[in-house]
Design a protein around this ligand. Sequence first.
Ligand SMILES: NC(=O)c1ccc[n+]([C@@H]2O[C@H](COP(=O)([O-])OP(=O)(O)OC[C@H]3O[C@@H](n4cnc5c(N)ncnc54)[C@H](OP(=O)(O)O)[C@@H]3O)[C@@H](O)[C@H]2O)c1
Length: 332
Amino acid sequence: MKRWNIAITGFGAIGKAVAQIIREREQHYRELYAADIRIVAVCGSRAGLIDHDGLPWGTDSALPLQPGVTGAGFIEGSHANVLIEAGPTNFETGGSGYTYIRQALSQGMHAISISKGALVFDYAGLADLAKANGVQLKISGATSAALPTIDLLQYNLAGCQVLEVEGILTATTNFVLSKMMDGMSFDDAVAEAKRLGIAEPDPRFDVEGWDTACKVNILANAGFGARLKLQDIPRDGIDQISPADIQRWKAEGVVPKLIGRIQNDGGNTKASVELKTYPLDHPFSQVTARMKAIRVNTDVMGEITAIGVTSPLATAAAALKDFEHLLMAAHR
Ligand SMILES: NC(=O)c1ccc[n+]([C@@H]2O[C@H](COP(=O)([O-])OP(=O)(O)OC[C@H]3O[C@@H](n4cnc5c(N)ncnc54)[C@H](OP(=O)(O)O)[C@@H]3O)[C@@H](O)[C@H]2O)c1
């Protein structure tokens, strides 16, 4: 039985959902991969807990977090071999996630990032660091989570050239646009998305198009080997849409969507975030409320479209798909 020690940085909605699923799947991991999985360390911004034998979960999953067990020294003190990073997204500096992921990879830990900041800030640097230390950097949680995106590009569509990616990559903007087309106000729709736990902690990150821009940035750099910066990506938002826009789209029989697009033209990769409208019979028009979608156009495998729903639990499950891929590779 191989022991796997997991550290989780960022213990909010998603970090807790990750811990919940790991605990529910302990037996599954034992039986399928002969793996003894322990969560040995968790931390938030001010407090955390480390127990090298595995954290003492109560029946209500509340943990006695200790002040100061966070930040510099947390990763080293955790003695973990996998980091799951679920802290805030700061794409300007990489934020605390960048520090945690760098430390983890440097120490020979695998890193699974759900937050996007570090990956937008320096995906290439982190990927190089992972390679130099013989470990994996996994990013499904940061690239639309439950919707398969990076795995499509890196694994499923290997063997052909991907020419274009177009996706409804942010659940909040799709939810808000869908609700506005149903007659709800922008503010009420954003509040509802927050209540459902699908919006970012600061919903401006979603509605101004930053979330989609971060995702296409990471996908372009990780999936196509591009070197795009966030400022290279023209970006629309949905925060300036007026009631008159909604009326016009309804009269025209079209559906608005905030789209992340990547075009790959012989090694020249471009990305953008665009507010577009689609006719009612387009597949994207059926992608409503809490759903996301991706359409990939290839040279020889034709066009592939995937559509899925989202939730905090689904995001956590996507990060654990990455973890399960690590278990599979080690068990071969
Ligand atoms: N919600 C979703 O559906 C979704 C989907 C995909 C990706 N994500 C990404 O997942 C990440 C977490 O989202 P969330 O919804 O779980 O947010 P959240 O509930 O606000 O949780 C964020 C957590 O990060 C912690 N944190 C802040 N600064 C920290 C630091 N310096 N060191 C360690 N922890 C720190 C916070 O600690 P305190 O409680 O002490 O402040 C909190 O526990 C975000 O980057 C988000 O973009 C979310």
